[in-house]
Design a binder for this molecule. Structure first.
Ligand code: NAD
Length: 354
């Protein structure tokens, strides 16, 4: 179906996609941006890779700050900003998953320093102007062009060691961006093309990676899909699914990618009657008639947890999450009452077929 009306804004972000690019291309990107003192930000697990990149940056590296944690606690952001200032940094390189990139964005938000992202998961944060900070159990997010990385260096080799469970859940995190982009109020022909191709490439790569996690060709395809899905996230407004995940992560500390993986089939099943066009695109991309069920089958087959209970949520968490998710206005193809949100959460809590 041709979309007769749309708005699409292009953001200036340079993408370099190449096996081995983390070490070879990051210094070039820094030089292109005229940056001379970069603080390299990462989490503890990503530190060895970050140090290789720091070495490749040579004189352009002003230090390594290896303190990134999930959901960017505000005190971590304070320390990272202080480290950037103390180092006299004129830019940052974030190396790792969405948590490391989130910390880099927090520095960019407070200081205006340009950011280069070198992602090692499929979260897609590198393609968005969205930042997130968590304070006293509440996660705040916002959009600011200052946090959009200026350059993104995609190196599939960085993902070779991503454990299979995280590969699967991070991949489904990416799928969630594409799914919600298809029924977003600001969807456009370009975001819909990217979403369709992202879903196709990711759902084909994941079963291959579950069998052979070090398959470089499949890693390349999954990261390519993550780029497309991340671009969808950056260009459109997400709905109920992302809202629920956001509350569950910020308030109950549930793991990000795993929560997306559990919830997606149920949130999509709820939205399906109001998202006919999106569902028909997804049916073709997945080659399945019942898309929520196909996603549920896929994640279960690949070994992911299927219920919020398995992620450690207690039943007492469902009602506050539903109230919080339904309490604020946001874009969704179907209006969402507290009861609706609770029904979606209950289904996801149980983990049965959507
Ligand atoms: P993460 O960055 O916390 O990484 C998950 C785990 O995987 C960590 O323990 C990390 O050390 C490890 N890891 C990362 N890459 C690895 C690799 N290649 N090999 C082995 N281990 C690796 O998790 P995530 O799912 O990538 O990101 C989640 C965070 O990103 C959340 O805070 C979420 O809110 C945020 N996020 C933000 C946006 C945005 O647009 N702002 C988009 C998506 C996610």
């Amino acid at each position: 179906m041709f979309q007769q009306e749309f708005t699409y804004e292009t953001r200036p972000v340079r993408v370099v996609f190449r096996p081995g690019a983390a070490v070879t291309a990051t210094p070039d990107e820094a030089a292109r941006l005229g940056l001379r003192r970069l603080l390299v930000v990462c989490g503890s697990r990503g530190e060895p890779t970050a140090r290789e990149i720091a070495d490749a940056l040579g004189d352009r590296c002003a230090g390594v700050h290896a303190e990134a944690r999930m959901h960017v606690p505000v005190e971590d952001a304070d320390r990272a900003v202080a480290a950037a200032r103390a180092a006299g940094a004129d830019g940052c390189v974030a190396v790792g998953g969405g948590s490391a990139i989130g910390l880099g964005k927090a520095i960019a938000l407070r200081t205006g320093l340009p950011l280069i992202a070198v992602p090692s998961t499929y979260s897609g944060s590198e393609m968005t102007p969205v930042w997130g900070l968590t304070e006293r159990g509440t996660k705040r997010t916002g959009r600011d062009p200052a946090v959009q990385p200026r350059s993104v260096v995609y190196d599939p080799r960085l993902t070779l060691g991503l454990p299979v469970p995280l590969t699967v859940t991070s991949g489904v995190n990416a799928l969630a961006h594409a799914v919600e982009a298809l029924y977003a109020p600001d969807a456009s022909p370009l975001t819909s093309l990217m979403a369709k191709e992202g879903v196709r490439a990711m759902t084909q790569a994941l079963p291959r990676l579950a069998e052979h996690p070090r398959d470089e060709d499949a890693r390349g395809r999954a990261l390519y899909a993550a780029w497309l899905c991340g671009a969808c996230l950056g260009a459109t407004t997400m709905g109920l699914h992302h809202k629920l995940c956001h509350v569950l992560g910020g308030t109950f500390g549930l793991p990000h990618a795993e929560t997306h993986t559990v919830l997606l089939p149920y949130a999509l099943a709820f939205n399906a009657p109001a998202a006919i066009g999106a569902l028909s695109v997804l049916r073709r991309a997945l080659g399945a008639d019942d898309v929520p069920r196909a996603l549920w089958d896929l994640t279960g087959r690949l070994g992911a947890s299927r219920s919020l209970a398995a992620l450690g949520l207690t039943e007492a968490g469902l009602a506050p999450t539903a109230r919080s998710a339904a309490g604020e206005p946001y874009a969704n193809p179907r209006p969402v009452t507290v009861e609706d949100a609770l029904a979606v959460l209950r289904a996801a809590y149980g983990g049965g077929p959507p």
